[in-house]
Design a protein around this ligand. Sequence first.
Ligand SMILES: NC(=O)c1ccc[n+]([C@@H]2O[C@H](COP(=O)([O-])OP(=O)(O)OC[C@H]3O[C@@H](n4cnc5c(N)ncnc54)[C@H](OP(=O)(O)O)[C@@H]3O)[C@@H](O)[C@H]2O)c1
Length: 235
Amino acid sequence: MSKTILITGASKGIGLETCKRFFYEDNDVTSFILLARESDSFNSLLNELAENNPFNKKVKHFFIDLADRELLLSVINNINIEYDNVDLLVNNAGYTKPESIQQIAFEDFERTMEVNLYAPFTIVQKMLQSGNKFDFIVNIASTAGMNGRSGWLTYSASKAAMINMSEVMKAELSIYGTRVACISPGRCATDLRKTLAPDEDPTTIMQPEHVAGVIEMLFSDVGRFVDSQNLVVRL
Ligand SMILES: NC(=O)c1ccc[n+]([C@@H]2O[C@H](COP(=O)([O-])OP(=O)(O)OC[C@H]3O[C@@H](n4cnc5c(N)ncnc54)[C@H](OP(=O)(O)O)[C@@H]3O)[C@@H](O)[C@H]2O)c1
């Protein structure tokens, strides 16, 4: 049966690799809804998918800042109108601005929570309210949500909340046949990681395609046998 997947933060890193992994396989995921802000990287992915589409899959994108709640509500409304159902949801987009406690601007803490926690919640809530039935939701948290790190207060707090929110979703949505997984990657070579650890050599750590491979495994039939309450993915 044809499935629709929605991926937030599809423009680069883990989200982009997850998109490509499902797109370039002859599987039942035939329709893609991709969310991120407009950027060269996102435009280049969209061009690539348009020019090289071996299995004739459908792609729809929305340029959106996920911290913009009004815009998010309107995008979700459009998706609910245009699509019968979104089967797979990858709540992947993430934001961080590492700073000491003394330096954190409250507005930035709010922005972190809006992108990392409220947007995933809102997508799930609004789609459920409109009758959507998810087969599978994967929320991307972080090992930083399991152990707080110096200088990462806002990010660590948002990811800790993501882990807990995922547990509630898993418990509450199982009666609808929805599987909910939370994964907590460790160090992975992306722009976000560069923001957190600018001096690190990205070739020495996990790559985004490795995390995408784990997401694909979780979506697969065998994935249901993996305890995905908070699956740590790291090198
Ligand atoms: N890399 C790691 O070491 C690591 C470890 C643990 C967890 N994670 C998590 O993995 C997820 C993916 O991050 P990544 O490592 O792949 O980093 P990345 O390459 O920097 O990608 C982040 C994605 O999130 C999107 N995003 C950020 N702020 C947004 C906003 N306001 N509105 C819409 N989209 C926004 C970005 O899109 P734009 O083009 O709009 O910026 C981009 O697509 C995040 O949730 C991150 O916290 C990463």
